[in-house]
Design a protein around this ligand. Structure first.
Ligand code: PLP
Length: 283
């Protein structure tokens, strides 16, 4: 089956889906994105993803290119045309195409929008969760590497993880505290059984899966502490895990080569994964 992408008002075969060379997403990374899980053909937590999209767009002063209702239809139609039952729908909104200039383009420049959808093998996520994943730690130099004429520290961190046989990289700030993963939020379970994650301040992306897990933690009667933790504390923790819309809860069993707990997925992460969709919204 051929894949279909939505690009600026048209559904196009994936291989022919293009944006203009002057699109500011391509030229400047001048845009925002969302990734929403698709489960049984339905969107998971669409409301919260759309609320975050609006917050991100407002912060960058980019207009939503269509009404929320129209966008919701486009997301569903892209999922339907790609026959995705379990997978992800991806959405990118940019400041549009205009003659290259760092300053904002003239008022009235239409924002750009791209939507794609992809099937993910649910069995693969389950197999990974049964084994647990390895992470590495890297300095949180996002926005710090102003010498590089580019905006891609998250990509470099993920690649470093892959090259060291890990699936994720955890950013560590100048004080030695873990901020978040390159595309996930970071969590530990302390020896006393408390679930710990960093507060969603300006230092991390406020993950939608993170919000769902906060509700799941409360429903399970677990103790939650929102505070920063160090990589060393994480290595000595009972459990560690990551959360993201595309992977819900993934147990972390190794950090920088050292096993976490007994080196196997722990009961807290496993239960949070199992209960996750009870606390997510399907639409
Ligand atoms: N942190 C970063 C830097 C991310 O890129 C992501 C997702 O891509 C997350 C956290 C997790 O966010 P969500 O749960 O909304 O997928």
């Amino acid at each position: 089956m051929s894949r279909i992408a939505y690009v600026n008002g048209r559904y196009r075969p994936h291989g022919e889906a293009m944006v203009h060379v002057e699109d500011r997403g391509f030229q400047f990374s001048d845009g925002v994105y969302e990734v929403c899980e698709v489960r049984g053909g339905r969107l998971v937590d669409e409301r919260r993803h759309m609320a975050r999209l609006k917050r991100s767009l407002d912060a960058l002063r980019i207009a939503l290119p269509m009404s929320s209702a129209a966008l919701s239809i486009v997301l569903r139609e892209t999922v339907r045309r790609n026959r995705v039952r379990d997978g992800i729908v991806y959405l990118q909104v940019t400041r549009g195409a205009a003659r290259r200039d760092h300053a904002f383009p003239p008022a009235g420049t239409a924002p750009g929008i791209v939507v794609t959808a992809r099937t993910l093998d649910p069995g693969r996520g389950e197999r990974l969760a049964a084994e647990g994943i390895a992470v590495i730690t890297v300095p949180d130099n996002r926005w710090g590497r102003v010498d590089i004429k580019s905006v891609l520290p998250n990509v470099l961190a993920k690649q470093a993880a892959r090259e060291q046989g890990a699936r994720e990289a955890w950013f560590v700030d100048a004080q030695g505290f873990v901020t978040e993963g390159s595309s996930s939020n970071a969590w530990i379970v302390t020896p006393g059984g408390a679930v710990v994650t960093r507060p969603a301040d300006h230092g991390i992306l406020s993950g939608i899966a993170r919000a769902v897990v906060l509700d799941t933690v409360a429903a399970q009667g677990l103790t939650l502490i929102e505070r920063a933790f160090t990589a060393k504390e994480a290595q000595a923790a009972r459990e560690a895990f990551v959360t993201a819309a595309s992977q819900i809860v993934q147990p972390v069993v190794r950090i920088d080569g050292k096993p976490v707990g007994d080196g196997r997925p722990g009961p807290v992460a496993t239960a949070l994964r199992r209960e996750f969709h009870r606390h997510a919204e399907l639409s």
